[in-house]
Every structure is written in C-alpha cells, then in structure tokens.
Ligand binder design. Structure first.
Ligand code: ZN
Ligand code: ZN
Length: 255
C-alpha cells in the first residue's frame, strides 16, 4: 500500500510525528509514504509560516535512514495556489523533494471552504470560482500532480462543474505532464466517492489521462492509506496507472 498525501506535525492541522507514521505503516502493511505538508502563502491561512523546511528535511532524513530496509519514504509538499505565489514556489522547488502537489484552497474572497459553506455561498458559484483557479494553476504548471481535483465537494457534499472547463483543465494537465490524484478524504467525510469520483475520472480518461496517484490526505495515524480499495477499484475501472514520484519523476507502481 502507498499513501502519497500525508500531513505531519509540520502542517498546522496535524500533530503526528514522521516516526509515528513509520511505526504505524509497518503494522498496517503500508510500504510507501510520501510526506506532503502544507505550504500555503494565502495571508488568511491558519498555517501561514508554520512549515519549516530545514527542520522537515532533518526529521525526514532521520526516519529515512532508520527505516531504510522496511519502508520507502518520500519527501513532498502540498503547495497552495502556486500560480499566485510563483517566487515562493520556485524557491521551494530548489529543495530535494520527490513530489510537489498543487492545491487550490483559496479561490473566493480569501475564504476557506468551511467558512463559505457556513456563510451560505452558493455552491455553483464556489465550484465555478474554484475551477477557474484550478485552470490557472495547471496552466502555470511546474507541479507533479493536482490534489483533490473537486475539493469543494468535500464541504458542499455535492458536485457541480462545467464540462468545457473540466475538459480544458484535463487537456492542460496532459500538455504540462501533470498527474491526477485520487484523494480518499471525502469518504471519511461521509461521501461514497473520492475526489475526483467516477464522473470526473471518466472525463480525465476520455481526455487521454493515464496516470493517477492515490492519497488519503492523512492528518491522523488512523487515516493512513484509508479507503484505498475504493480508489484502487476506480483506477482499475478506468484503466488508469498508479504512479509515485521519486526525485520528481513519475514511476509506475502496481496496485
Ligand atoms: Zn489540500
Ligand atoms: Zn492535504
């Protein structure tokens, strides 16, 4: 088992230490972990300036050495809106990461989605603004993968999209060699589909998409590689190839 989306105590919203994940992975039979802590520069973000890159790499190399015979440990980040923070993003690209995901967390008046739901911001408007930013992010490129492709779904508990925009995003991802994540965290929030689910995965496949990574968006030990069977079944259904990234190069791994 592989979890390509794992948050640790280097993210503001997780308290789990890297070594705790490693010990737990051995018990659970997870063979690959990619640590992907939040790096967000939106001034409204609770985790602003939380991530300490040098401290992360120090901890990372320590566990990598300690578990070298038992686990495959990868270093990554989940970078929020790289197209808006290009200078900062380019700086992070100079570190020896295996994997850099791009995420859209902020796309409407600097509000986070939970607040938008509380304030009754119309879901169609939210999805429209979200996909507009997602398109700009993939046009900028330079990322390995798009995280949680239909992220507003996790908060609104429903999906809305304009097919033309989604097709444009998928086409741009292929052009820029950007992979798609199947993120299972929506299932923990009571939904029966990961992000993205069947509908958008079929558009990705039709657009010529071939590769996916699978991530649980883990913030607690018990989330590690959670609900992967659902993601694997979908990947198999659409004949998508599961990949990991090592030194920012795609490597196919059978699931
Ligand atoms: Zn995220
Ligand atoms: Zn995440």
């Amino acid at each position: 088992m592989i979890d390509m989306h794992v948050h640790t105590n280097f993210s503001e919203d997780s308290k789990v230490l890297l070594e705790d994940y490693c010990a737990f992975a051995l018990k659970k039979g997870v063979k690959y972990i990619c640590f992907t802590d939040h790096v967000d520069f939106n001034p409204a973000d609770a985790g602003l300036n939380c991530y300490k890159v040098d401290d992360f790499f120090e901890s990372f190399y320590k566990v990598k050495k300690q578990y070298k015979d038992a686990l495959n440990l990868l270093a990554g980040i989940e970078f929020g809106e790289p197209h808006l923070y290009m200078k900062e993003f380019e700086h992070y690209c100079t570190y020896p990461y295996d994997y850099i995901m791009g995420s859209i967390h902020y796309f409407y008046n600097n509000m986070f989605l939970s607040q938008m739901v509380k304030d009754n911001i119309d879901y169609k408007l939210a999805f429209k603004k979200y996909f507009e930013q997602l398109l700009l992010m993939v046009e900028y490129g330079n990322i390995d993968c798009v995280a949680h492709f239909d992220f507003p779904k996790r908060y609104y508990k429903k999906l809305y999209y304009e097919e033309e925009t989604v097709r444009k995003i998928c086409a741009t991802m292929l052009k820029r060699d950007i992979c798609l994540e199947i993120n299972t965290s929506s299932i923990r929030k009571g939904m029966d589909q990961p992000m993205p689910g069947e509908e958008l995965l079929s558009i990705y496949k039709e657009s010529g998409g071939e590769y996916i990574t699978i991530g649980a968006d883990t913030h607690e030990l018990s989330h590690l590689a959670a609900d992967f069977d659902i993601a694997k079944d979908l990947a198999n259904k659409f004949k998508l190839k599961n990949v990991i990234f090592i030194e920012r190069k795609r490597v196919e791994v059978k699931i």
